[in-house]
Ligand binder design. Structure first.
Ligand code: HPA
Length: 274
């Protein structure tokens, strides 16, 4: 009987390898409204999450749930269309399960994107922010529990959660193709409610420039698994108390969609040159 996580992941990976004979070295996770990148991939093949043994299933309406294998300028890419959020009720292990699968498929680098709220007043809706570091406010993390050394070490280093080499690459490409960007620290908040104004003041004082409900679990797992991470956040709104008016998911998705082609062009170049 298959019981431990390593065997479960192995089963998922065997299934995927049985369907798709490709070895992506880089993976991308797309945030809400940032799906455009999929259109730019060549030679696409799909695997639905629902068909993969042991894989969690998407619950958010409108989020697709599938892996897309494709290529950009000859570079093999694995794209996650639909991610798992902690606020949906998944455990941290479920949220990050796909990252474990990526590692076992041979993925070495991961680009994570998201839609988030801006705390830094130099930002505005539509700003793209390279994530320099994170603050984990989930009160949980995916590495809690018995450690399996076959995945990674018991006490992983987290001094460079977003790989400087990848950040430098992303910056020089953005400059070359004229994409404006900011840099900052991303705080991961449990959600699913948009933070209170007092929480935003507190999170800002902690040093965060932006806040969102994803990315941190995947970043922690990837670092543990030896996968280098680049994070790019799309500021879709200013956080509670900084912007007047109420938040809406429709607005978040609308602003993200508007930034999507810019982000997609940027990420495609990063993939091609990495
Ligand atoms: N807070 C948290 N998550 C978000 C926000 C926000 O203001 N905007 C988009 N995702």
């Amino acid at each position: 009987m298959i019981r431990n996580m390593y065997d479960k992941v192995g089963e998922s990976v065997s299934f995927i390898k049985g369907k798709i004979n490709r070895t992506p070295k880089i993976a991308v996770i797309l945030g809400s409204g940032l799906g455009e990148l999929a259109n730019g991939l060549e030679n696409k093949e799909y695997v639905d999450y629902k068909d993969i043994p042991n894989f969690p299933q998407s619950t958010v309406v409108g989020h697709e749930g599938r892996l897309v294998f494709g290529s950009v300028d000859g570079v093999e890419v694995l794209l996650m269309q639909g991610r798992f959020h902690y606020y949906e009720g998944y455990s941290m292990k479920e949220v990050t399960y796909p990252i474990y699968v990526m590692q076992q498929l041979g993925v070495k680098k991961l680009i994570v994107t998201n839609a988030c709220g801006g705390i830094n007043r130099d930002f505005a809706p539509g700003t793209l922010m390279i994530i320099k570091d994170f603050i984990n406010l989930f009160g949980d993390n995916p590495l809690i529990g018995i450690n399996d050394e076959r995945f990674g070490p018991r006490f992983p280093d987290m001094s460079e959660p977003y790989k400087l080499e990848m950040i430098d690459k992303a910056k020089s490409i953005a400059d070359a193709i004229d994409i404006p960007y900011k840099e900052g620290i991303y705080a991961g908040f449990m959600g699913p409610y948009y933070e209170s104004a007092a929480e935003i003041v507190a999170i800002g004082r902690m040093g965060a420039d932006a806040v969102g409900m994803s990315t941190v679990p995947e970043t922690i797992a990837a670092n543990y698994l030896g996968i280098d991470v680049l994070g790019i956040a799309c500021i879709t709104n200013m956080a509670t108390g900084i912007q007047t008016g109420k938040h809406s998911h429709a607005n978040v998705v609308d602003i993200a969609q508007r930034a999507s082609s810019k982000l997609s062009a940027w990420v495609m170049k990063v993939i091609a040159e990495i």
